[in-house]
Design a protein around this ligand. Structure first.
Ligand SMILES: O=C(O)CCC(=O)C(=O)O
Ligand SMILES: [Fe+2]
Length: 354
């Protein structure tokens, strides 16, 4: 057992008061698990309107803190050591990504973050390998830190998916079978570091929608921004200690025929005095199984069929499996694959709405 550490990142300046923030609905995970009707309505409202919400009482705080420790140990390795585990240009997300390897816009402006992604399949297969190997700092904490974080995050996201399944009028298990534990998928845990950026305006991550189904995010410093529906102004999401930030990705927007929202967001330098600090964030991404076809589930839900009939402008049929969708998006973001603005366009998902 690891000692109960509060966090490797004990103090930092508070999120400043003089920056516009976008409020999020606060959802209580304990109440959701207990089937509380009012709480489920709150979650539904958040998921259909903005696609982002805070989640409290999720019970993953200690595992998240341990993951930040793993992240720090990994980022402290020499760059040449980390580069042995770089994700590469083939469209796989698993492994290490060095700063500046992906585009943040159509012009090809480079990103400003490094991260380590550990595949859910590698964590669950450990000590065997499902997809690839990882730096020794990850291996050393696989059992104590990575696997517990992955398992608990999977459980939280699966619980939320079951709620959406029911609210969407889908047959029992329709979403669960598309996110099976056994099937290989793009699901992964990510720990991200951005350097202090006192004079930097470069984006950490360019404007995007998430590629998969559900993201479970633990932020310490500000920097995450959303472009709310029908708004021209990017707004910060304020990190709140102990609250996770959850958001829906493309797969859920597509499965639901557009009832659920995969909202565009980006990562900017932290605001105010926070910009002098390193920024760390941690996400668990739940993504559909590799073979799952991404289309609106109209045949399985009259609610989705009806919505699609009334909103024909959405993305309802991609002709792609989850693996194809995901690989295309990752691959076309990589700077080495860039030919011009068209490469950026080829990396887009549901950001491109008609
Ligand atoms: O670091 C953050 O706050 C958000 C990260 C994010 O949007 C992503 O990794 O997809
Ligand atoms: Fe994201």
């Amino acid at each position: 057992m690891l000692p109960i550490s509060k966090s490797a990142f004990p103090t930092f300046p508070p999120f400043p008061d003089d920056f516009a923030t976008h409020p999020l609905v606060i959802v209580d995970y304990e109440l959701i698990k207990a089937g509380d009707k009012d709480e489920i309505e709150q979650l539904w409202k958040a998921a259909t309107e903005l696609g982002f919400w805070y989640l409290k009482n999720h019970g993953v705080e200690q595992e998240a803190n341990n993951m930040f420790d793993m992240g720090r140990e990994t980022m402290d390795l020499p760059l040449e050591e980390k580069m042995k585990y770089e994700q590469g240009d083939g469209g796989s997300s698993f492994g290490y990504k060095a700063r500046g390897q992906v585009a943040t816009d159509a012009m090809g402006t480079r990103d400003n973050i490094e991260f380590i992604n550990v595949a859910k399949d590698d964590a669950l297969a450990w000590p065997k390998q499902a997809h690839r190997s990882y730096p020794r700092t990850v291996n050393a904490r696989m059992e104590s830190t990575v696997i517990p974080f992955v398992r608990k995050s999977m459980e939280v996201n699966a619980t939320l998916l079951d709620v959406f399944n029911e609210k969407l009028g889908l047959p029992e298990g329709a979403l669960a079978k598309r996110h099976s534990v056994e099937e290989f998928s793009g699901s992964e845990a990510r720990c991200t570091k951005s350097p202090p950026t006192p004079t930097e305006t470069r984006l950490g991550i360019g404007a995007h929608t998430d590629f998969g189904s559900l993201s479970f995010l633990h932020n310490r410093l500000g920097g995450l921004q959303v472009l709310p529906p029908n708004s021209e102004t990017w707004q910060y999401i304020k990190p709140i200690t102990g609250y996770a930030i959850c958001n829906l990705g493309d797969a859920m927007a597509i499965f639901s025929g557009g009832i659920l929202r995969s909202n565009i967001h980006r990562v900017c330098p932290p605001p105010g005095a926070q910009k002098h600090r390193e920024r760390w964030s941690l996400v668990y991404f739940t993504r559909p199984g590799d073979s799952v076809n991404l289309h609106a589930l109209v045949e399985e839900s009259p609610l989705i069929a009806d919505y699609v009939a009334k909103h024909p402008e959405g993305i309802h049929e991609t002709g792609a499996t989850s693996l194809e969708w995901f690989t295309r998006r990752i691959k076309n973001q990589r700077i080495s694959n860039r030919k011009g603005p068209e490469t950026w366009m080829a990396s887009r998902g549901t950001e491109i709405r008609v």
